[in-house]
Design a protein around this ligand. Structure first.
Ligand code: ATP
Length: 238
């Protein structure tokens, strides 16, 4: 029997004024899965992830998380309900320290609880111990990406949304990011991943959706998606 679906978007639409970024999109993520969202630049992937947490303008459809309708909830309520986003470009507060950045991710936690969660993340992200009091803006891109992921994890989300986590990173650091994603799966964090590196993402994902011009062009098991569908989506809209 398939695992329980925890995230379900039905007929989702996102528009920026007259620009329809996502149209009539259906997407499901089951507990424990890694699901990847692929597609060319501008296909609507970031708009889709942001819509889940209420950060892009949803103009139609609905989203449920663990059976609760979150379509019209505030971002804060959605995050508190157990979904975290690691945004594209990491968006750390560069003048704040690593610890302060994580504190913001765990703003709903009491201080003692925060310290416990911060400690708990040290084995996955040794950088947190080494650079806890460094200004986030002084870290390398790969280190910043790890801090951004850790910040999203500190509130113990059950669903993690990752927007292009490997973008702009050196190959060896990209490997590390993919290792972290696989380790998170072992730790029972469900993941919805947007990635430009389709080949790499499909190797670790269970299922995938290929978006093109705001709609899902292909969907299925990751192993079955390693075909022309993806090439079409990337090359067809170039
Ligand atoms: P990328 O990998 O480049 O981020 P994407 O697949 O994530 O691409 P989106 O960023 O979701 O795509 O963009 C989808 C469409 O919406 C594009 O046409 C884009 O120009 C448009 N768009 C995105 N954000 C905005 C915004 N804030 N205002 C207006 N249009 C936007």
């Amino acid at each position: 029997p398939a695992a329980e679906v925890i995230l379900r978007a039905t007929g989702l639409a996102v528009a920026y004024g007259a620009v329809e970024a996502v149209r009539n999109l259906d997407l499901e993520v089951a507990a424990g899965e890694i699901v990847v969202l692929l597609g060319a630049n501008g296909a609507g992937k970031s708009s889709m992830l942001n819509a889940i947490v209420g950060l892009s303008p949803r103009v139609g459809g609905s989203i449920t998380f663990e059976g609760h309708d979150i379509t019209r909830k505030s971002t804060e309520m959605i995050v508190r309900s157990g979904i975290s986003l690691v945004p594209e470009g990491r968006r750390l507060f560069s003048n704040m320290t690593v610890r302060e950045n994580l504190r913001l991710g765990g703003a709903a936690l009491g201080l003692a609880e925060f310290e416990r969660e911060f400690e708990r993340l040290h084995d996955l992200f040794p950088i947190l111990r080494k650079r806890a009091d460094s200004q986030a803006g002084l870290l390398s891109g790969g280190e910043q990406q790890q801090v951004a992921i850790a910040r999203a994890l500190v509130g113990r989300p059950r669903l993690l949304l990752l927007d292009e986590p490997s973008l702009g990173l050196a190959p060896i650091i990209v490997n590390r990011v993919f290792e972290i994603i696989e380790e998170l799966r072992r730790r029972k964090v469900t993941i919805l991943l947007v990635e430009q590196n389709a080949e790499r993402a499909l190797k670790i994902a269970d299922r995938g959706y290929v978006m093109s011009n705001g709609v899902v062009e292909a969907a299925g098991r990751a192993a079955d998606l390693q075909t022309s569908a993806i090439e079409n989506a990337y090359l067809g809209t170039a």
